[in-house]
Design a protein around this ligand. Sequence first.
Ligand SMILES: Cc1ncc(COP(=O)(O)O)c(C=O)c1O
Length: 414
Amino acid sequence: MSTSPAKFDTFINRRSDFPSLKRSHNGFPLAYLDGPAGTQVPQQVMDAIIQYYLTSNSNTHGCFVTTRETDQLLEETREAVATFLGAKSNRTISFGANMTSLNYSLSKAIVRALKAGDEIVITQLDHEANRGPWLTLKENGIVVREVTLKQDGTLDYEDMRSKINRRTRLLALGLASNALGTVNNVALAREFTSKVGAWLLLDAVHYAPHFPIDVQALDADFLLCSAYKFYGPHVGILCARQGLLDQLETDRLRTQEQDAPYKIETGTLNHAAIAGVKAAVEYVASFGNGPDLRSRIVGAMKLMGEYEHSLATFLYEGLRSISGVTIYGQSLDSPHRAPTISFTLESKTAEEVCTRLGDKGICTWDGHFYAIRAIEVLGLLERGGVTRVGISLYNTRDEISRLLNEVRDIAKGN
Ligand SMILES: Cc1ncc(COP(=O)(O)O)c(C=O)c1O
């Protein structure tokens, strides 16, 4: 039996950072394999949130100590997130309630820069959060085209090429699929959009917990992610190319700041949660080495990605050996694939499988995970979707073995 390389010991040793991993259910330790729906949160992040309420709780832009500290915290968090994403400056980072809300706000702003007959391209693979906001623009006479998802879980890039033309103003594309783990070919998509001068918007929600991001190398005009998927609290993040948000007309109260990055942030933000976002970036970085935050983040994400990939490969091979299991999406041969595996079991619905696993303390998700179009195109919606297993930095080989044993038992009808 192969053992994990010693460099991965750090992930096992740091499990104690996550208080929720100590929970059990029905006498079984909880195995959280539902990271794609939201990761568990380390004590360091909780401490930062508590610390904010203990010392600096206040609104922004006042004249006393705690309000100044809050202003500073927000700017420091923008800086940390800019470093996390490889962005040019903290002026490119906006916060919101979640990714979906920010994307809706952005779509409302973008449509003001378009005219009837302009086109937007979305994909069949994307989460509804990166489809719905663009589909609503049909009401404004915008033509929305949809790139085909192939049965192997990858996008049809010939179809993408054919749907991007001189009228295309934006391509809304996921970096990684939260349903199938597919990592999309963003370089090719950028090539297509650059040829016609269209904006490229990337949904990095599922990618951010597993791979380092360099938004400048990706050459994205907009990139969105969500901190609760990378060990932080529920805060949405938008990174817009420097100067671009300033050109858009966002919904804005006259009393609020009118420039980027603030101009898409409506009302009072969740300051305590934002304190947690900064701590989450620092937490991720703590797994890496290097002279500065960026090098620690990149090193950490690479190591995390390798570790998660090794567990995902073990899971994939194990599932493949169980009769009656069908796995959807790409194999684990490529290192550039998210550690998220979806499968069905003959004669059982995903809900039945997940309920049985849940009873044994194994948390997985069933259904379409809001990537409803992808599940529909794969012909799986009618049968209740798939069982999704998502791997995070705190998961272990032992947890995967428990899941495999249980699936084997269910498959045998035990
Ligand atoms: C790929 C992807 N995009 C977007 C979202 C929506 O993010 P939020 O919950 O922050 O709106 C999710 C959430 O599951 C997701 O997995």
